[in-house]
Write a protein that binds this ligand. Structure first.
Ligand code: FAD
Ligand code: SF4
Ligand code: SF4
Ligand code: SF4
Length: 369
C-alpha cells in the first residue's frame, strides 16, 4: 500500500472542514525548502503550491492532529493509562502561580508565568531562545524568536489604541506560523509556546525523530477551549450582540468564558461572555478538537482554575516538573498552596471543560459523517 500523502489530508481533513490550521504539515514537510505546500490568503487550510515536488513521504499525514495515527505511541510516552489521563493528561500536580516580576505580571495574559519561566531558562542558558507569538497586523500574529526579556515583553505587550485592541483579540488566533519558524533555528535549544494542536504536531515529529524537532527542549502548552475569528464584520456584529465597543477593550482573557476588561465611565468593568454564545465567532475546526489542557506539553498553562492575576500550571513530564520547581525555588514565580478541597475542585473544573470539549467533538464529528 502506498503511503498516505498530502492529497489524503486534502480529502480526509480539509474537505471535511476540520483542519486546525496548526501549521505542522507545512513546517515539517520533507520538501519544505521547495514550498510544496503552504497557506494562501483566503483559505483556512494549507494547499498544494507545487504538487510535482511532493516526495509522497507521508510525514504531513502522520503528524496531523486530525489523523490521530500516532496517538497510541504518544499516549504510551506520556503515560496515559486510563480514561481520566486520556482526558486530562498525565500530570504531577496542579498549581496556581504568579510571576514575581512586575513587568511580566503587568503584560501577562494571566499571571505572566509562561514568559517568566522562559526568561528564567534564557538567563540560565538552559535554552538559546523561545518561539513565542507576536502580533503582526490587526488580523494576524506571527512567531517571534525571543532571546531576552525585552523580546518576551514585546511579544506580550498591550498597547491601548484602536488597532492593538484588535491585536489583543488576535492573541487568541491559532495560526501564528509558530511551528514554521522551527526550521530556521535548527541548531539551537528551544522552548516553544503553543496551543494543543501545535504541541501535538511537535510531539509527533519528536516521536518520528524528524529534524529539527530534537532541538525543542521544552513544550509550553496553553489551555485552549476554542479559538475565534474576529474580522471587521465580526467585530461589528460583536458590538451589536454584546454591546462591547472595540475601542473600549483594554484586555481579553479566556478562562471559563471569554472576558473583556473595558473602559467604563472613567473606570473599568469586566464583561463575561460564555462560550456557548460565541458560536458565530468560533473557528469551525475547533469543534473537531478534543484537547483542552494541552495534554502532551511539558507544562500546561491556563487561567481556568486560578484567581485573576494567576496562572494554573500543570507540570506533566519530569523535565516540566523540574523547571517549574526551579522557577519557584529561585523566586521567579510564586505558587499558592492549595488545600485538598481546592485541589479537588480545580481538578474537577478542568475535567469538566475537558469533558465538554470531548463531547462537543463527538457531536460535531457525528454530523460530518
Ligand atoms: C488561542 C488561545 C486560547 C486559550 N484558551 C484558553 C481557555 O479556554 N481557558 C484558559 O484557561 N486558558 C486559555 N488560554 C491560555 C491563557 O489565555 C494564557 O495564555 C495562559 O493562562 C498563560 O498566561 P500567562 O499570563 O502565564 O502567560 P504569559 O506570560 O502572558 O505568556 C503567554 C505566552 O503565550 C504566547 N502566545 C500568545 N498567543 C499565542 C498563540 N496564539 N499561539 C502561541 N503562543 C501564543 C505569548 O507570546 C507568550 O509567550 C488560551 C490561550 C490561547 C493563545
Ligand atoms: S513531501 Fe511528504 S510531507 Fe511534504 S507534502 Fe508531500 S507527502 Fe507531505
Ligand atoms: S490540522 Fe495542521 S497538520 Fe493537519 S492539515 Fe491542518 S495545518 Fe496541516
Ligand atoms: S481548540 Fe485550540 S487547540 Fe483545538 S484546534 Fe482550536 S485552536 Fe487548536
Amino acid at each position: 500500500m502506498s503511503p498516505k500523502t498530502f492529497q489524503d489530508l486534502v480529502e480526509e481533513v480539509h474537505e471535511k472542514g476540520i483542519c486546525q490550521e496548526c501549521g505542522g504539515c507545512v513546517s515539517f514537510c520533507s520538501s519544505v525548502d521547495y514550498n510544496v505546500i503552504g497557506f494562501i490568503e483566503g483559505k483556512s487550510h494549507p494547499v498544494y503550491i507545487d504538487k510535482d515536488k511532493c516526495l509522497e513521504c507521508g510525514i504531513c499525514y502522520y503528524i496531523c492532529p486530525q489523523t490521530h495515527i500516532l496517538d497510541e505511541d504518544l499516549n504510551q510516552t506520556y503515560k496515559f493509562t486510563d480514561f481520566n489521563t486520556m482526558l486530562l493528561g498525565h500530570f504531577e500536580s496542579i498549581n496556581s502561580c504568579q510571576s514575581t516580576d512586575d513587568d511580566f505580571l503587568k503584560h501577562g495574559t494571566d499571571g505572566g508565568v509562561v514568559n517568566s519561566i522562559i526568561n528564567h531558562l534564557l538567563e540560565k542558558k538552559v535554552i538559546d531562545g523561545a518561539i513565542v507569538s507576536k502580533t503582526k497586523t490587526p488580523f494576524s500574529r506571527k512567531a517571534k524568536f525571543a532571546e531576552n526579556k525585552v523580546d518576551l515583553i514585546a511579544a506580550s505587550g498591550i498597547v491601548l489604541d484602536m488597532s492593538s485592541q484588535l491585536d489583543e483579540i488576535q492573541k487568541f488566533s491559532t495560526y501564528t506560523h509558530t511551528i514554521a519558524k522551527l526550521n530556521r533555528y535548527k541548531f539551537k535549544k528551544l522552548a516553544i509556546v503553543g496551543t494543543p494542536c501545535q504541541i501535538y504536531t511537535i510531539r509527533c515529529m519528536q516521536s518520528l525523530g524528524v529534524i529539527p524537532s530534537e532541538n525543542i527542549e521544552l513544550c509550553l502548552g496553553l489551555f485552549c477551549y476554542e479559538n475565534f475569528i474576529f474580522d471587521k464584520l465580526k467585530m461589528e456584529k460583536f458590538r451589536r450582540d454584546f454591546n462591547v465597543r472595540v475601542e473600549d477593550i483594554e484586555k481579553i482573557n479566556v478562562r471559563e468564558d471569554l472576558m473583556f476588561k473595558v473602559k467604563d465611565n472613567g473606570g473599568h468593568k469586566t464583561t463575561h461572555i460564555p462560550f456557548d454564545q460565541l458560536n458565530d465567532y468560533m473557528r469551525p475546526a475547533c469543534n473537531a478538537c478534543n484537547d483542552f489542557t494541552n495534554v502532551y506539553a511539558d507544562i500546561s498553562f491556563g487561567g481556568l482554575g486560578s484567581n485573576e492575576g494567576f496562572t494554573t500550571a500543570i507540570p506533566r513530564t519530569e523535565k516540566g516538573k523540574k523547571i517549574l520547581m526551579n522557577a519557584i525555588n529561585e523566586g521567579v514565580i510564586t505558587c499558592l498552596e492549595l488545600n485538598l478541597d481546592e485541589k479537588k475542585e480545580t481538578k474537577e473544573l478542568l475535567m469538566r471543560y475537558s469533558q465538554l470539549k470531548l463531547e462537543r467533538k463527538e457531536n460535531y464529528m457525528k454530523h460530518l459523517t
